[in-house]
Design a protein around this ligand. Structure first.
Ligand code: LLP
Length: 444
C-alpha cells in the first residue's frame, strides 16, 4: 500500500510522513486537524488506519522474505486494544499477543481468529485460563511452573492438548527505561537461563501429557534502539535450544522474540528501518543455526509500539495560558495524565504543536499540562508554542498511538476520549467518547 507523501512540516519536525501543514493548519493523514477537532470535539485520539496497515505490512513482508514459512508477526495488543484495531491487524494477517481476559474478550468479540492469539502474562488466574480456553486461544505463553501445572490441569479436565510456549529470561539488559525492561535476570517475567532454572522448567513442561510445547518465548524490553538487542536474544536463545536438545532431545518449532523496536517521539530519536533490521536478524539467525547445527525455528515477533505509535495523535483544546512572571508559563489543556500518563510515569518525550498556528514561529516556551488535580499532571515540559497561543487553540501531541488509549485512566473521573480512525481521506469513530453516565454505570 502507498502511504501518500506529504510535504514535511519543517525539516526539524519531519517525524513521520503522515504529518504536514496547509494554510497554517497541521494536517494528519492528509486531514485538517482543526476540522477534526471541530467535528469530534477534544480531547480526541486520532488513529491513522492507513499507517497502521502500512506498518503491519512492513513486518509481514519482511517476515515472509526472511524467516521460515509459518513464522508470524503478532500485534502486541497492549499498545492499543480495541475491537476495530483487532479487526485491522487481523485483516492484515497478523496474530495477536494478549495479556488479560479483557484483551481476549476484545479480540473475540471483534471476530479475531482466536487460533492466532498468544496469551502472555506473569499471573493468569484459574478463571483467566478457563476463559481463554473457552475462547479458543491458540497458545499460552507459560510464565512459570505454577502456571504450567495450572494449564496442565485445566487442559486435562477438558481432555485437550493445549499448545504452549515457555517464557525464558535470556539475561539481557535492553538499555531502555527500567519500567519496560524485562529481559534481565531480575525480572518478574519468565524463568531464567542464568540461574539454571530454565532447563528444569522445560523438562517439567515436556512431562505434561496435556501440553504441547511448541517452543520458547523471550521479550527483552520496549522502546529499544540499542543495536543488537534482538540479535543477542537470538544468540542466547539458540544456545539454550542447543543445550536443551543435547540434554532432553527436544527441538522447539517456534521461537518468539517478543516486541520492542523503538519509535521516534522527537526528532532526536533514531529511526529504525524495520525491514533492514529483520533482514539482518535473519541473516544472523541462519548463521548461528548453522554453527550450532540446528534447524531454524519459525520466528515470532510481537511488535506493539512500532505498529501503532506513529499512527496516533491526540488533540486538545487550550483552556488557559498562565504566566508566572519571571518564571515560566503553563498551557493547560482539556485532557492530561488521564489520557496520557507517559510523561508522568517515564518522563517520555513528545513533539507538540499548536495545530492552528503552524505558520507562526514557536517562540514561547511553556509546560503543557492537563487538568487533573495534581502538579504531576504534565503532558510535556518546556514545549515551544507561538506567543499568541490562547484559550480555544487546538494543541496536537504527536505519536500517541501506543500506550496512550490503552493506559488511559478514570482519574478525577475524567472522561476517556474517543478514538477516531482516519482512512483514505475519511474518518469514523472506533471507540466512542465516554459519557458522564458511563462514569457512574458501575456505581451502586
Ligand atoms: N511482548 C511482550 C511480552 C511485552 O511485554 C511487550 C511490551 C511487547 C511484546 C510489545 O512491546 P513493544 O513492541 O510495544 O515495545 N507502557 C510502556 C510500554 C510497556 C511495554 C510492555 N511490554 C510505555 O508506555 O512505554
Amino acid at each position: 500500500m502507498m502511504i501518500p507523501q506529504t510535504t514535511p512540516l519543517r525539516p526539524e519536525t519531519a517525524l513521520c510522513s503522515n504529518l504536514d501543514r496547509r494554510d497554517g493548519h497541521l494536517r494528519f493523514a492528509g486531514q485538517d486537524t482543526i476540522e477534526l477537532a471541530k467535528t469530534y470535539g477534544t480531547p480526541l485520539y486520532l488513529m491513522d488506519e492507513d499507517r497502521v496497515r502500512y506498518n503491519c505490512r512492513l513486518y509481514r513482508e519482511a517476515f515472509s522474505t526472511c524467516f521460515p514459512e509459518g513464522s508470524q508477526v503478532l500485534y502486541a495488543s497492549k499498545a492499543a486494544a480495541f475491537q476495530q484495531m483487532c479487526r485491522i491487524v487481523g485483516d492484515e494477517g497478523l496474530g495477536l499477543d494478549v495479556v488479560s481476559s479483557g484483551e481476549i474478550h476484545t479480540a473475540k468479540t471483534a471476530g479475531f481468529p482466536m487460533a492466532r492469539v498468544y496469551y502472555h502474562g506473569n499471573n493468569k488466574t484459574d478463571e483467566d485460563i478457563a476463559y481463554a480456553m473457552d475462547a479458543g486461544v491458540g497458545c499460552f505463553v507459560a510464565d512459570g511452573t505454577e502456571e504450567l501445572l495450572a494449564l496442565e490441569s485445566e487442559a486435562a479436565r477438558r481432555g485437550v492438548r493445549q499448545k504452549v510456549l515457555l517464557r525464558i529470561t535470556p539475561g539481557i539488559d535492553p538499555h531502555t527505561y527500567a519500567a519496560v525492561s524485562t529481559g534481565q535476570v531480575d525480572s518478574k517475567f519468565g524463568v531464567s537461563i542464568e540461574t539454571g532454572q530454565a532447563e528444569p522448567f522445560v523438562r517439567l513442561a515436556l512431562d505434561q501429557p496435556h501440553l504441547n510445547v511448541a517452543g520458547f518465548h523471550c521479550h527483552v524490553g520496549s522502546q529499544v534502539f540499542w543495536e543488537d538487542v534482538f540479535e543477542r536474544s537470538v544468540m542466547v536463545m539458540m544456545a539454550f535450544i542447543r543445550t536443551v536438545f543435547d540434554h532432553c532431545g527436544y527441538l522447539p518449532e517456534e521461537l518468539d522474540l517478543g516486541g520492542g523496536y523503538g519509535v521516534r517521539y522527537v526528532e532526536n530519536d533514531p529511526e529504525i528501518d524495520i525491514p533492514r533490521k529483520i533482514a539482518d536478524l535473519a541473516e544472523m539467525l541462519y548463521a548461528i543455526a548453522k554453527r550450532l547445527d540446528l534447524p531454524v525455528p519459525k520466528i515470532l515477533m510481537e511488535p506493539g509500539r512500532s505498529i501503532v505509535a506513529d499512527a496516533g495523535m491526540t488533540l486538545y483544546t487550550v483552556g488557559s495560558v498562565k504566566e508566572i512572571t519571571g518564571y515560566k508559563r503553563y498551557v493547560s489543556v482539556d485532557g492530561g495524565m488521564s489520557d496520557n500518563p507517559r510523561y508522568a510515569l517515564y518522563g517520555s518525550q513528545y513533539t507538540c504543536f499548536n495545530a492552528g498556528r503552524m505558520d507562526e514561529p514557536a517562540d514561547m516556551r511553556c509546560d503543557l499540562v492537563g487538568r487533573c488535580c495534581e502538579s504531576g499532571d504534565v503532558i510535556q515540559p518546556d514545549v515551544p508554542f507561538p506567543a499568541a497561543t490562547r484559550r480555544g487553540d487546538v494543541i496536537a501531541v504527536c505519536t500517541t498511538g501506543a500506550y496512550n488509549f490503552s493506559m488511559a485512566s478514570g482519574y478525577n473521573r475524567m472522561l476517556r476520549p474517543p478514538v477516531v480512525m482516519l482512512r483514505g481521506g475519511g474518518s469514523y469513530v472506533a471507540v466512542a467518547r465516554e459519557t458522564l453516565d458511563d462514569i457512574v454505570r458501575l456505581d451502586r
